[in-house]
Design a protein around this ligand. Structure first.
Ligand SMILES: Cc1ncc(C[n+]2csc(CCOP(=O)(O)OP(=O)(O)O)c2C)c(N)n1
Ligand SMILES: [Mg+2]
Length: 329
């Protein structure tokens, strides 16, 4: 197999996917223990996110993510300790100082902008940043993500259309996990692939197996290069599956069969990555065990750190979520 990236980088990608999974699983437990109020999961989406993260210049390009992007955020340098601060609504949460819901990411040092809860609002933010980049003559790219259900929103079409008209350097990812909470894809779009919507807006739309991190990386690399070189935006649809319920408030047994979930679990993106790297001679069973141990220690350290961290003071509830403010100093 010809490897698209150096061995060390591939191992780093695997490590971040593994860490994301173990942090995510721990978050579900924390929720069931009554220690956090809410969790929304990236389990099943890890490969799509890591493939996208490694196609951009992290810390240089701009990112407007959505709530499932834990793996993407970790790849951008968001730490496990910071994730726990966010989950627990603690003062040190870099996304909002504990003022936003968990997973409403932002990370100034990594050029990740804050987003709002109405889905697809980040699409027009991304188009706006793309326009600013073009006007300034910079060579940066914007990466933005939504779920397939969110592509039914008018704002998604508006943002993508604007970027297509002005050939803006934006890559619009659709994480297609087949469901918008309980609503299946066929119930809200007549096209087979969400990326087919790009055709009517005049930009390329590509669908890729989102369970395979290398397949996503290849497609994303091309889209990012096109954007950076003035070729305009691309819609990239990563076909994934949400292995967990929509969020900690959802019971997915009411709208999908256990057989379906089990069937998709056989294509677990972490398993596929492990098999690929083992076949390439990069990963061994022993190395996997070492990484598992390291992940366990990292997660437990993050939980302890989060639990012992202070809450914000009541007056901080009125502070801004993202804007610079002297009161942060
Ligand atoms: C404009 C708007 N409508 C409804 C909601 C409630 N809501 C939150 S997540 C979600 C499902 C979105 O599904 P999809 O875009 O497929 O993303 P997924 O959660 O499947 O990753 C909905 C309907 C919302 N946040 N914003
Ligand atoms: Mg969805």
């Amino acid at each position: 197999m010809v490897l698209p990236l150096p061995e060390e980088t591939l191992l780093e990608m695997y490590w971040t996917m593994l860490l994301s999974r173990r942090l995510d699983e721990r978050a579900w437990v924390l929720h069931r223990q009554g220690k956090i109020a809410f969790h929304i999961s990236a389990i099943g989406h890890e490969a799509a996110q890591i493939g996208a993260a490694y196609a951009i210049r992290r810390g240089y390009d701009w990112v407007a993510p959505y709530y499932r992007d834990l793996t993407l955020m970790l790849a951008l340098g968001y730490t496990p300790r910071e994730f726990m601060l966010s989950l627990m609504g603690k003062k040190g949460d870099p996304c909002s100082g504990g003022r936003q819901m968990p997973n409403h990411w932002s990370l100034k040092r990594a050029n990740v902008i804050s987003h709002s809860s109405p889905v697809a609002t980040q699409t027009s933010h991304a188009a706006g940043i793309g326009l600013a980049i073009k006007l300034r003559g910079e060579d940066k790219v914007v990466l933005t993500t939504v779920g397939e259900g969110s592509t039914s929103q008018g704002e998604w079409y508006e943002g993508v259309n604007w970027a297509a008209v002005h050939k803006l350097p934006v890559v619009f990812i659709i994480a297609n996990n087949l469901y918008a909470i309980s609503v299946r894809q066929e119930q809200q779009m007549a096209v087979a692939n969400a990326a087919d919507k790009a055709l009517g807006l005049g930009l390329p739309g590509v669908s890729v197996d989102g369970m395979d991190f290398l397949a996503v990386y290849e497609v994303m690399k091309e889209a990012v290069e096109r954007a950076r070189n003035g070729g305009g935006p691309t819609v990239v649809e990563a076909k994934v599956y949400r292995i967990t319920p929509h969020s900690s408030d959802d019971d997915d047994r009411s709208y999908r069969s256990r057989e379906e979930v089990e069937q998709f679990k056989r294509r677990d993106p972490l398993l596929i990555a492990r098999q690929k790297l083992e076949r390439a001679g990069i990963l061994t069973a022993q190395r996997v065990e070492e990484l598992e141990q390291r992940a366990k220690e990292t997660v437990e350290d993050a939980v302890r750190f989060g639990e012992s961290a202070p809450y914000p003071s009541p007056e901080e509830a009125a502070f801004p979520v993202y804007a610079e403010d002297a009161r942060y100093a």
